[in-house]
Ligand binder design. Structure first.
Ligand code: MGD
Ligand code: MGD
Ligand code: 4MO
Length: 853
């Protein structure tokens, strides 16, 4: 109608209809299905029937996309820093302060390609460094794991070795007890929604707020299922220092431990079960190993300290009777345990020794019989009864990257979409959490998170790699790191040192690190390019991610509008640089983005159901769910029964299986190991990660006496509710107008900092005050929200402010925009792990009196 055209695209918060008139987006909405779309599934539980509505849902940051496309902060033309002269003075020290001037694409491509050749010829392999953020505008071909991966493989470049940030505690801790390395320590999700609704008698949400985080990419899909739980009357418990949105939505009991002390609370639960005999003794005897060792510690036989509810009280601040009551109820009832908003996430795993929390979680559920009816992991977010047999890979399956080791392409795409393989000829890596040190000090090291086996994580990455140059040029994709990485002022200091001779940033918006580049290449959004994808399907580490959805919705991503200004898709930018370097055919194999999207379509099961022509016209296809009698078996039920694995799961991989393909867990014994043999073989005396799960007080918590006396507030910084990390915040998007996202004070929209009334009163602070949050690492301005959602002594501010606004010298000055990660520690969660511990952070707060005070 009205000359409007309706297109379809995807976002990391659900798929959208995009209405366009005169090459302008006028409106975006979630997708309402029509009569030809498949009917949804039904779950029958306790005499009631439940079915989701025939439509998709959208997260706030998905609905904010129109304003993000037309943001005044869009980079519309190639830009050059005004005082950067590639043939003369480069003025490194002015990065982050000098302005930009518009240049032509010809000039920009010329400078970038000349610099790539110059640094590589001058310094050798390793001199060019590339990283991106962990998320991208939606689409499987344009994704950084596809186009960028292929480009930098073809080129040969130093890469960042990612820490498993979403999964820290599980990857470095829980895998040793129950495997799952290909999922970074996460567990399989199959049919757990139905099992939970039919058989569980209680759900414990532990460091879990799916109403804010939507698992990951899950829009509002899980909300209705949690609504059903209320209708079924299944009691729920929330263990979180913050009264989070899921607790507010579902009700139930709220238990608020001091941040980073959860392992103590969990040990006390185990202690009650051991004392009362209220655990599954048969299962422990038959399906597990090493229980006696852990029992000795929990009961106090090894160190004379029984880990009782009374013992945990001084560590966690939670009353002994509360923990005892929870343990007794849990011991009586078949219980589901949700760790993080999906499975195996959670801020508690991003604390000092967060490994011990994650280990405690798997040990508790193993004591109660993981995989038996009603006993499993999950919080209704993951494991819907959808058809897992319909083949459609996710973005982490690599698109056209040709990278069979670095993405899931070697498992999911290799035989379906022929493409020439691509391998990075340079083996040099920089551990992501040490990028600034690598650049500024010229050397660094950290453990490598290998996913192909559990033991791979014991190996260290050393930078520089033998025979490689240190990094001289940084090709950065997006500008998120000052908002998202620990102790993030380090990045501002890094950019201003002369060891980086050239910095190019390929960015959609002028924000964060983009403002430290010498050349900025303007990338467009996915509303301005072709692609293809499925809602909430990342694939790779979160195999079958789409089981968070109520419907499998697969769609073409139309090029809804022409790229704004002179911006180009990442694909076209890489193609243009590749052309300059003589790599054009190697990069794209002669295909355009549209061609790759069509070839991708052909590699999936879609052509059996819908023609390319029809998909282009309609935009999406809904995969019908299978009939009830063909649903996937329940996760881990095979393990509980001791039969061969019968779930549609790619991991554990055969090579890790000690000769027993499709049998048992990925541990050396194939059983659940309370005493982890892999840790025992690595270092049985590593006090920071013993073979059994223990409680270790934090280096930056209430036990860090000197620090705590100066900074007596424990800051947690979970994932921001209304934005997706930095994508949504800033950019003058309409997300900023949400009063719970930023507060307008004196004409500036400040990031929000939350505090208990007593703590506020003690400091003479009140609601809406502009405050300075500080510690030895930095000082950040925020607007104060006074709230009962936090106990005394614990403060809260979301992570992931998009832009960095220092009120003076970058890397040193007070920060005005809310970069909370300026304050967080960069120390690893445990010494032999490359993992962040951002939620172990002590701060103090005072009223901001202005710059001149
Ligand atoms: P994102 O905002 O997802 O965050 O940290 P990051 O991965 O750094 O980064 C994506 C970047 O890519 C953005 O700069 C975006 O603009 C850019 N981008 C997106 N799409 C495109 C595109 O199409 N083209 C181009 N050229 N650029 C694009 C996330 C990380 O944060 C994560 S995953 C976790 S789990 C951690 N959690 C965490 C925490 O719990 N607390 C604290 N304090 N910090 C944390 N940091 C971690
Ligand atoms: P978090 O918000 O980091 O989410 O998903 P999760 O890791 O599950 O943490 C969950 C809860 O842990 C929070 O409510 C927090 O208050 C609580 N918590 C903090 N410290 C502690 C502690 O010491 N003990 C206990 N018991 N609880 C604690 C993250 C997931 O979210 C990821 S990894 C990504 S990459 C996505 N990011 C993202 C986003 O940026 N925005 C939105 N809206 N959704 C997102 N979804 C995904
Ligand atoms: Mo994450």
């Amino acid at each position: 109608p009205n000359g409007e055209k309706r297109y379809v695209t995807g976002t990391n918060g659900g798929p959208l209809f995009v209405y366009v008139k005169d090459d302008k987006i006028v409106r975006v909405t979630p997708i309402d299905f029509d009569e030809e779309d498949a009917e949804p599934w039904t779950i029958t539980a306790r005499g009631k029937k439940f079915s989701p509505p025939k439509r998709t849902t959208a997260a706030p940051y998905a609905m904010g996309w129109k304003s993000m496309v037309y943001s005044p902060d869009r980079v519309l033309y190639p830009m050059k820093r005004v005082d950067f002269d590639p043939d003369g003075e480069r003025n490194y020290e002015n990065r982050g302060v000098s302005g930009y001037e518009r240049i032509s694409w010809d000039e920009a491509l010329d400078i970038v390609s000349r610099e790539i050749i110059r640094v590589r010829q001058t310094y050798g392999a390793g001199a060019v460094f590339h990283t991106s953020g962990s998320h991208h505008t939606w689409g499987n071909c344009g994704y950084y794991l596809s186009a960028a991966k292929r480009f930098f493989n073809c080129l040969g470049a130093t890469n960042a070795a990612l820490n498993p940030d979403s999964w820290e505690g599980f990857a470095w801790g829980a895998t040793h007890h129950y495997g799952g390395s290909a999922r970074n320590g996460g567990c399989e999700p199959y049919s757990t929604v139905e099992d939970c609704m039919q058989n569980s008698e209680m759900i414990v949400f532990w460091s879990s707020d799916p109403e804010s985080t939507a698992g990951v990419y899950g829009a509002q899909e899980g909300t209705i299922r949690r609504e059903w739980i209320k209708k079924l009357g299944i009691p729920v418990v929330h263990i979180d220092p913050y009264f989070n949105s899921t607790a507010a939505f579902m009700g139930g009991r709220w238990i608020a431990p001091y941040p980073g002390t959860d392992a103590a609370l969990a040990l006390a639960i185990a202690n009650v079960w051991m004392n009362q005999g209220t655990y599954d003794k048969e299962y422990v005897a038959d399906r597990t190993k090493g229980f006696e060792k852990w029992e000795e510690y929990v009961m106090g036989k090894t160190d004379g300290v029984p880990k009782t509810p009374e013992w945990q009280e001084e560590h966690t601040g939670v009353a002994a009777r509360t923990v005892r009551a929870l343990a007794e109820e849990w011991g009586r009832k078949k219980t589901y345990l949700a760790c993080g908003g999906i499975t195996s996430f959670g801020c508690a795993g991003r604390t000092a020794f967060g490994t011990e929390w994650a280990r405690a979680m798997v040990c508790l559920i193993a004591m109660q019989g993981l995989g038996k009816p009603g006993v499993n992991f999950g919080g209704l977010q993951y494991g819907t009864p959808l058809d897992t047999r319909f083949f459609f890979p996710g973005y982490a399956d690599g698109g056209f990257s040709g990278d069979y080791m670095g993405t899931g392409a070697g498992v999911n795409i290799y035989n379906r979409m022929p493409q020439s393989p691509s391998v990075n000829s340079e083996t040099q890596l920089i551990p992501r959490l040490r990028i600034p040190e690598a650049i500024m000090d010229g050397k660094t090291e950290a453990n490598h998170m290998g996913v192909y086996s559990v033991q791979a994580q014991f190996a260290k990455i050393k930078y520089p790699a033998p025979g490689h140059s240190t990094v001289k040029m940084y090709y950065k994709y997006g500008g998120s790191h000052i908002g998202t990485q620990p102790d993030s002022k380090r990045f501002a200091r890094m950019y201003r040192c002369d060891s980086l001779e050239f910095v190019v940033n390929q960015s959609i918006w002028m924000e964060g690190e983009a403002k430290f580049a010498d050349i900025i290449l303007p990338a467009c959004t996915n509303f301005e390019r072709w692609d293809i994808a499925e809602s909430a399907n990342s694939g790779g580490y979160i195999d079958k991610t789409y089981l968070q959805n109520n419907h499998r919705v697969v769609f073409v991503q139309h090029k809804c509008i022409e790229p704004l200004g002179e911006s180009k898709s990442d694909f076209d930018i890489f193609q243009a640089v590749a052309n300059k370097l003589g790599l054009w055919q190697v990069f794209s194999e002669g295909n355009s983005e549209y061609d790759w999207a069509k070839r991708y379509f052909e590699c999936t099961d879609l052509p059996k159901k819908i023609s390319w022509h029809k998909l282009l016209k309609k935009g999406y296809y809904v995969v019908p769910p299978l009939p009830e009698n063909r649903r996937d078996p329940v996760a881990f039920n095979w393990f509980a029964k001791g039969i061969k694995k019968d779930t549609p799961e790619l991991s554990p991989l055969p090579s890790e299986h000690y000769g027993r393909y499709n049998e048992g867990l990925q541990t050396p014994s194939g059983k659940f190991e309370f005493e982890a043999q892999t840790l025992k073989m690595f270092d049985p005396n590593d006090e920071e990660r013993l073979p059994i799960c223990t409680y270790i007080p934090s280096w930056e918590g209430r036990d860090a006496k000197e620090l705590y006396s100066r900074f007596p507030l424990q800051l947690i910084s979970p994932h921001v509710k209304y934005s997706f990390h930095t994508m949504g915040d800033g950019k003058d998007s309409n997300i900023n107008d949400i009063e719970e996202h930023r507060k307008l004070v004196d004409g500036f929209r400040y990031w929000i900092f939350r505090m208990n009334p007593e703590d506020a009163q003690k400091r003479g602070l009140k609601e809406n005050d502009v405050i300075e949050v500080y510690n030895d690492r930095g000082s950040v301005l925020c607007a104060l929200e006074v709230t009962q959602r936090l106990p005394k002594g614990i403060v809260h501010s979301f992570e992931a402010c998009a832009d960095y606004k220092p009120l003076g010298e970058p890397g040193y000055a007070v920060e005005k925009n809310g970069c909370i990660n300026n304050l967080t520690p960069s120390r690893f969660i445990t010494k032999n792990a490359h993992g962040l511990a951002v939620n172990s952070c002590l701060v103090e707060v005072r009223k901001w009196e202005g710059e001149n005070k």
